[in-house]
Write a protein that binds this ligand. Sequence first.
Ligand code: BGC
Length: 252
Amino acid sequence: MSARGHGFGIDIGGSGVKGAAVDLATGELIQERIKVATPHPATPGAVAETVAKVVAQSGWDGPVGITMPSVIIGGVVRTAANIDKSWIGIDARALFSQALGGREVTVLNDADAAGMAEDRYGAAKDLDGLVMLLTFGTGIGSAVMYNGVLMPNSELGHIEVGGQEAEHRAAASIKDRDGLTYAQWAVEVSKVLVTLENLFWPNVFVAGGGISRDYAEWIPLLTNRTPVVAADLKNTAGIVGAAMAVSAGIAP
Ligand code: BGC
C-alpha cells in the first residue's frame, strides 16, 4: 500500500514504536495506529527490527519517516539523552533503510516532527510568526517553527533554568517522580517558559506530550506572558510529522 497524497510515519518512543499511514491533505491517519513495544535494551539493531515489524504489519511499501528522541543531522544520531547510548554516531537513516529493504527513509527529531504537524494541521495552523512547541514527557522536546519553516534540532529542553536543565526541572516525568501537584509543577513549567520567551519571543507556545491531554488542569495555572495552547493532534503528532517530512524530502 502506498498512494499519492499519503505518507507513512513512525514515532519511536520509550514504551512503543508506533506507526500509521497518513493523509497529507488533512493530517489524519488513514489506518489504525500500529504499536509494537520498544525492545529493551533499545539498541539500534533491535529497534530497527521493531520498525520493520510495524511497517510490515501496516502493509505500506513506500517511503517512511521516522522520529527519534535525539538530535539527528544528515540521518546520523548525535545525542541520546533518554535512549540507549549506543545510538550515538549511528547512521539511523541507513540502518532503517536497510531494515526496510532499501527504501527511502527520513529520520528526524521527535519534537521537530510534532511541531511540523501541529503547525500545519493542529493547534498552530492559523498562527503566523514564531511558534514554539514543547513536548512534556520523559524529557522536554522542542520545535521552533517560523512561518511554517522548521529550525531543526533546537533541544531547548536542555537549556539551563535557575542552575538546572529545563527537562530536569519540568518534564512530565519529574512531576511523577516527585509526586508534584499540577499547581506545583506549573510553577516549574512557568520558569522554563519565562526563560524561553525572554530569549526567543515566540508568538505562542504549543504544549504537547501525553500530559497535554490534561491541559485544563495546568495551562490556566501558568504565569508566563506568552499564550500557551494545548497540542491538538495528541498522540499522532509524531507520526504525522514524520510522514510529512519524508514526503516533503525534509531530512535534517
Ligand atoms: C532529547 C530531545 C527529545 C526530547 C523529547 C530530550 O531529552 O534531548 O532530542 O526531543 O527529549 O523526547
